[in-house]
Ligand binder design. Structure first.
Ligand code: GLU
Length: 365
């Protein structure tokens, strides 16, 4: 099996933000165990930012807000984090290889293929790829932001069999276990629906960026990539092995879909926040949905909200049903001015398609 194991900042650092060596040692020993059984494991690790705060004179309580200070902290923390992984993997006879990714490494086919090729070559050489977002130069607008999504896209990239999201709770509960003593662990999720998303709610700790909502989003990306996800507690003994062998009660397991969406469409559908809405008529919905056509101005009724060209927008039909999402080539003003018109009427410098079919994805209902 190919396994992606993601471990979050709250599991890897102490309350004051120092790297928790025991936690890194545990995950490295379990990775070694998996590899010795013939599985190939990729680690996605957080904690570069939090591990860099203390050396720069910050802690979780006076964490800086400025993006450049956080980027600077990540540069300091990442190197310490990798030294820790390198050491603990080496004591288990394994070599670590660092890979730092940005969303554009998934968007553009040539970079996607390069990233995939590198990861494959590392796995074939028996190296353990240890991945993080390239936080030191991450773009404020275009970034994964949390490593759960990054891990899900990596699972897609390497065609993994299982994604394991390790965190500080035992999985997804029917209610918040910190506040409700009747909360019980959900062991299996066939489909992530809006009800589950509502139950799960809020963000996580001050150290990491994730929280359960972003884990669900990641599990959804993985499900649409044909990858099963397990959310489990990082300090549970043999957690990786149990997650891979499907041990009952290990955590929450999310079943995969049969259909596999391409990475760029996954990103558009699940990772990019929508900046506005486009409402289309019935003919346009049918053309998009049944004939896989691009969205043209002629089928648009109106745009809601203000957004620039290249923004992600949600596409609704006239009955108010959300059915697609895409990257618009027109801004909201251009759509406002030319909705309903055909290309012989609108200015020739405007692209023919408002949303090109390659940038348009049907949303799973
Ligand atoms: N890439 C961030 C870091 O290493 C973590 C993002 C997250 O907490 O998921 O600090």
């Amino acid at each position: 099996m190919k396994v992606v194991a993601k471990i979050g900042s709250s599991s890897l650092t102490t309350v004051t933000g120092e790297i928790e060596h025991r936690a890194v040692a545990k995950i490295c020993a379990e990775v070694a165990e998996l590899n010795s059984l013939g599985h190939k494991t990729v680690v996605v690790t957080s904690a570069a930012v939090s591990a860099g705060l203390a050396p720069l004179g910050y802690n979780a309580a006076n964490r800086p807000k400025e993006a450049e200070k956080l980027r600077a902290a990540s540069a300091v923390g990442q190197i310490a984090l990798m030294a820790t992984y390198k050491g603990h993997l080496a004591s288990n006879g394994l070599t670590a290889g660092q890979v730092l990714l940005a969303p554009t490494d998934m968007w553009y086919r040539n970079r996607y293929l390069k990233s995939r090729g590198t990861l494959q070559a590392l796995l074939e050489a028996g190296v353990v790829p240890v991945i993080n977002e390239n936080d030191a130069v991450a773009d404020d607008e275009i970034r994964f932001g949390d490593n759960d999504r990054l891990a899900a896209l990596v699972a897609h990239l390497i065609d993994a069999d299982r994604l394991v999201l390790l965190t500080d709770t035992a999985g997804v509960f029917t209610a918040d276990p910190r506040h409700d003593e009747n909360a019980s662990l959900i062991e299996e999720v066939i489909e992530i629906d809006q009800h589950l998303e509502r139950v799960v709610g809020g963000p996580g700790s001050s150290l990491g960026r994730g929280g359960m909502a972003s884990k669900l989003a990641a599990a959804k990306i993985a499900a649409w990539s044909g990858v099963e996800t397990t959310i489990a507690q990082s300090d549970r003994p043999n957690v990786l092995l149990d997650a891979v062998s499907g041990e009952p009660g290990v955590g929450t397991v999310f079943r995969a879909h049969k259909q596999r969406l391409p990475a760029r469409k996954l990103w558009i559908a699940f990772a990019l926040p929508a900046s506005g809405r486009i409402i289309v008529d019935g003919g346009a919905r049918r053309a998009i949905e049944n004939e896989r056509r691009s969205l043209l101005a002629a089928g648009i009724i109106k745009a809601d909200g203000e957004f620039p060209a290249d923004a992600a927008v949600e596409v609704f039909d006239e009955r108010g049903n959300l059915f697609a999402k895409g990257l618009t080539r027109w801004d909201s003003q251009q759509i406002g001015a030319h909705a309903g018109s055909t290309s012989d009427v609108f200015p020739s410098d405007l692209p023919e398609e408002v949303i090109h079919r390659d940038d348009l994805v049907m949303l799973p209902s």
